[in-house]
Design a protein around this ligand. Structure first.
Ligand code: IVH
Length: 663
C-alpha cells in the first residue's frame, strides 16, 4: 500500500479509536495496540513532515507558549441562563412561556445536567476545528484554540463535514478523580492546590503554554449549536443525535421530558444521581425542545426565554465554631481549621472545616463561638460560608491569626502578594515531620515499612529527628516499640536498605524543597549530573537552566544556604544513601546548551533517530520556532520553519553539519 494511503488509514483508525475511548467510554482495542498505531503514524509523519495536517491525531499538542490570549468575538453571543431554585420556579417559568406564546399548548422539554465547568465555543470549518474560545463577557471571549485542541474528547475533525461552518458550545470540566490526583501532585511539588474541579479546569485552560493544559485531565460535553437552524434538526433532542454522529461527546444523562411535570421529576432524580457521577454538576438545565418554538420565544438581554437553570441547593448546615487550630504544612504554610460542633451535612458528619487562610477569616469576620453556615461542595473539604451574625450574643471572640508558629514559636511570615502565612523556620518540628512523611512516601523514596503512622511514631520518639536518621536505624532500635516485633523491625531495616540508591531526581524531589517536584528534580539531575554539583549551584547557574523557573531557583538556593543542610547531606552520605545518576557521561554532553528542532526531510537519519541523538548528547528538542530554540537542523525541502528561524537569527545546521558536530 502506498505510504500516503496508509497515513490516511491510520489517521482514520486513530480518530475512531480515540472517539471510542474518550467519547463513548468503550475502547475497541488495547492501549498497547493504540500506541502501536500511533507510533506508526508518527514515523510516517516524521519521514514526511510535509504531510502533517492540523487535524492529524499527532497534532493535539503543538505550537509555542503564548504571550497573551487574543480576543475573539462570538458571531452569535453566548448567553447565560436565568436561575430557578425549586419546582415552583420551574412551573412559573412554564407559565411565563405560555403567556408569551399566547394560548399555545405546553411544549416538551429537554432536561440536561448543568455541568460545573467552563463554557467554551468551538468553531469547525469544513469539519475541521479552527478556533476555540472562552465565553468571556458573552460577546467577546479569549482565543484558547491551542489549549482546547489538547482536550482528548474534543474532535479535531468531524466524522461528517457537510456544513461549511459549525459553531458548537459546551462545557470543559475536570472529573473529581482527575482533580484529586492533580491536587496530590501539586501538593507534592509544594504548589498551591485548586479549591474545586471547576477552578482546576479554568486554571488549566488559562495556561499560556498548551503543553501544561495537555497534562491536565480535562473533559468536554457539547450542549448547544450557536445557530441550530443550520443543522437542519427540528429540536434539541435531534440535535444531540446529530452532534453525537459528528463525533462530539454528549452527556448520557440528557433526557426528553414530555411536560414540565416530568422535568420536575427528573430534577429529583438528578439530585440523587449527582453524587454518583464522576464529575460535578450544580443543577439541571431545562430547554424547550422545539427549535421553532425556541426562535419564537427569542432572547432577553442576557438569557434566552426558552431555557432555565434549576440549581441544586448547596449541601449546607449550621453549627458552631468551638475552636480554631492552626496547622503547619510541609512547606510551612499555616492553615486555619475550624473545629466545629459535629453536624450532619447531607449524610456526612462534619466536625472540621477549612478556613483557608487569614484573609478569609477577616473577610468573613468569623469569631469563636459563632454560629456558622457550612457547606460541602461535592467531595471537597467542607468550608465555612459565613457567620450567622443574627445569632451573636456578644460572647463571641475575634479569631486572631498567630504571629508565631504554633509548633516552634518562630515568627510567621506573610508575603504581601500571597494569601498564605508561613513558618519559615526550616527546623520547625511540624514541617520536619511532614517532610519526613513525604520523604518516605510513594512520592519520595517509597520506603517500605515506613508509612505515615510509623514515621510519626519514630519521629515522636525522637528515633528519627531528621531525614538522615532513617539510615542509622537498627532492628534493635525498633523491635521493642509499641506495635513492632522483630520481624516487622527487620523488614523495615531491609526496606530502608533497599531505598539507599535512589535516582538523584527522586531523591531531590523527596527532600520537599518548595517548587521542586518531579519535573524540576529531573531537570536538575539532567543538568548537573551529580549531587555534589547540585549542592554547589549558585542562583545564576540555576536561572540559566532551561525550563527552571525563578521561584524554584530562589527556593533551591535558600534551601542550600542553610548551614545545617550541607551537614545533613554529609550524614546521608555516611549513612550509605548514595543517589544514582542515570544520564550519559559528561564528555558526551556536547549539546547540553542546545535546544534543537529538525525540519524538512532528513536523508541519513529518521526523525526519531535524530531526536534520540539529541537527547543522548544532552540536548533538548524544541516544540517549534520558539524563543528557547537555539539551532534548526534542516533536511531537504525545509519549508517555512527555515525562513522563520533565519528571521529570528537562529543558528542553522544541515544534516551533515549536525552529524559532524556529534563526532
Ligand atoms: S445552555 C443559551 N446547557 O451554565 C444557552 N449551559 O448560565 C446557554 N452550563 O455558562 C447555555 N451545563 O457554562 C447550557 N447543559 C447545559 C449546561 C450549561 C452547564 C453552563 C454554561 C453557562 C451556564 C449558564
Amino acid at each position: 500500500m502506498d505510504l500516503l494511503q496508509r497515513l490516511g488509514e491510520l489517521r482514520q483508525q486513530l480518530t475512531e479509536h480515540s472517539h471510542h475511548y474518550y467519547v463513548l467510554d468503550s475502547p475497541l482495542i488495547s492501549d498497547g495496540e493504540y500506541d502501536r498505531l500511533f507510533q506508526e503514524l508518527l514515523q510516517i509523519e516524521e519521514r514526511h513532515p510535509e504531510w502533517v495536517t492540523a487535524d492529524s491525531p499527532s497534532q493535539r499538542v503543538g505550537g509555542e507558549a503564548l504571550d497573551k490570549f487574543e480576543q475573539v468575538e462570538h458571531r452569535i453571543p453566548m448567553l447565560s441562563l436565568e436561575n430557578a431554585f425549586n419546582d415552583q420556579d420551574l412551573y412559573d417559568f412554564e407559565d411565563r412561556l405560555l403567556r408569551f406564546l399566547r394560548n399555545d399548548s405546553p411544549p416538551s422539554y429537554i432536561a440536561e445536567p448543568k455541568l460545573d465547568g467552563l463554557a467554551v465555543e468551538l468553531v469547525y470549518e469544513d469539519g475541521v476545528l479552527v478556533q476555540g474560545s472562552t465565553r468571556g463577557n458573552g460577546k467577546v471571549g479569549e482565543d484558547i484554540t491551542a489549549q482546547l485542541r489538547t482536550v482528548p474528547s474534543i474532535p479535531l475533525r468531524l466524522f461528517k463535514s457537510d456544513l461549511p461552518r459549525l459553531e458548537v458550545r459546551g462545557e470543559v470540566f475536570m472529573s473529581r478523580s482527575g482533580f484529586e490526583q492533580l491536587n496530590v501532585q501539586r501538593a507534592e511539588a509544594g504548589e498551591d492546590i485548586f479549591a474545586n474541579p471547576r477552578n482546576a479546569a479554568a486554571g488549566s485552560l488559562r495556561q499560556l503554554d498548551p503543553v501544561v493544559t495537555a497534562s491536565r485531565p480535562l473533559k468536554f460535553f457539547v450542549y448547544a449549536v450557536a445557530d441550530p437552524v443550520l443543522t437542519g434538526c427540528s429540536g434539541q433532542q435531534e440535535m444531540f443525535r446529530f452532534l453525537a454522529e459528528l463525533g462530539f461527546p454528549v452527556n448520557r444523562h440528557v433526557s426528553f421530558c414530555t411536560d414540565m411535570k416530568s422535568a420536575v421529576r427528573r430534577f429529583a432524580e438528578l439530585s440523587d444521581l449527582r453524587h454518583e457521577l464522576a464529575y460535578e454538576i450544580d443543577g439541571m438545565v431545562v430547554k424547550v425542545n422545539d427549535f421553532a418554538l425556541q426562535s419564537r420565544l427569542g432572547v432577553k438581554a442576557r438569557a434566552p426565554r426558552w431555557a432555565i437553570a434549576c440549581k441544586f441547593p448547596a449541601i449546607q448546615a449550621t453549627t458552631v465554631i468551638r475552636q480554631v487550630d492552626f496547622q503547619v504544612g510541609r512547606t510551612g504554610a499555616v492553615t486555619p481549621v475550624a473545629i466545629l460542633e459535629p453536624v450532619d451535612v447531607g449524610g456526612v458528619v462534619v466536625s472540621r472545616a477549612t478556613l483557608h487562610n487569614g484573609d478569609e477569616i477577616v473577610r468573613k469576620d468569623l469569631r469563636l463561638g459563632d454560629t456558622v453556615l457550612i457547606q460541602r461542595a461535592g467531595d471537597v473539604i467542607p468550608e465555612v460560608v459565613k457567620a450567622v451574625t443574627e445569632k451573636r450574643d456578644g460572647s463571641e471572640i475575634v479569631i486572631v491569626f498567630p504571629e508565631f508558629c504554633p509548633v516552634c514559636s518562630h515568627p510567621l511570615q506573610k508575603i504581601e502578594s500571597e494569601v498564605v502565612t508561613r513558618c519559615v523556620n526550616p527546623h520547625c518540628p511540624a514541617q520536619r515531620l511532614r517532610t519526613l512523611v513525604h520523604f518516605c512516601s510513594k512520592a519520595g523514596l517509597d520506603i517500605e515499612g515506613l508509612g505515615k503512622k510509623s514515621a510519626e511514631q519514630l519521629f515522636d520518639l525522637k528515633l528519627i529527628s531528621d531525614l538522615p536518621d532513617i539510615f542509622y536505624l537498627t532492628t534493635s532500635d525498633v523491635q521493642d516499640l509499641d506495635g513492632w516485633g522483630i520481624k516487622s523491625a527487620e523488614k523495615l531495616i531491609q526496606g530502608i536498605a533497599a531505598a539507599k540508591n535512589p535516582p538523584l531526581s527522586r531523591f531531590l524531589a523527596a527532600l520537599g524543597i518548595r517548587y521542586v517536584g518531579e519535573v524540576t528534580a529531573a531537570l536538575l539531575e539532567r543538568t548537573f549530573l551529580s549531587l555534589e554539583k547540585v549542592l554547589q549551584v549558585s542562583k545564576k547557574d540555576l536561572i540559566e537552566v532551561e525550563g527552571l523557573g525563578e521561584q524554584a531557583a530562589g527556593s533551591i538556593v535558600d534551601y542550600l544556604s542553610d548551614p545545617g543542610v550541607q551537614e545533613m547531606f554529609a550524614r546521608f552520605d555516611a549513612g550509605g544513601l548514595v543517589p544514582q545518576v542515570y544520564v550519559e557521561s559528561e564528555e558526551k554532553q556536547i549539546l547540553s546548551d542546545e535546544v534543537l528542532l529538525f525540519t524538512g526531510s532528513l536523508q541519513k537519519l529518521s526523525r526519531s533517530e535524530a531526536k534520540k541523538l539529541v537527547k543522548e548528547h544532552g540536548g533538548q528538542i524544541a516544540s517549534g520556532i520558539t524563543r528557547k530554540l537555539t539551532c534548526l537542523v534542516v533536511g531537504e525541502k525545509p519549508g517555512s520553519k527555515l525562513k522563520k528561524a533565519q528571521e529570528k537569527g537562529k543558528k542553522i545546521l544541515t544534516e551533515d553539519e549536525f552529524l559532524r558536530l556529534l563526532q
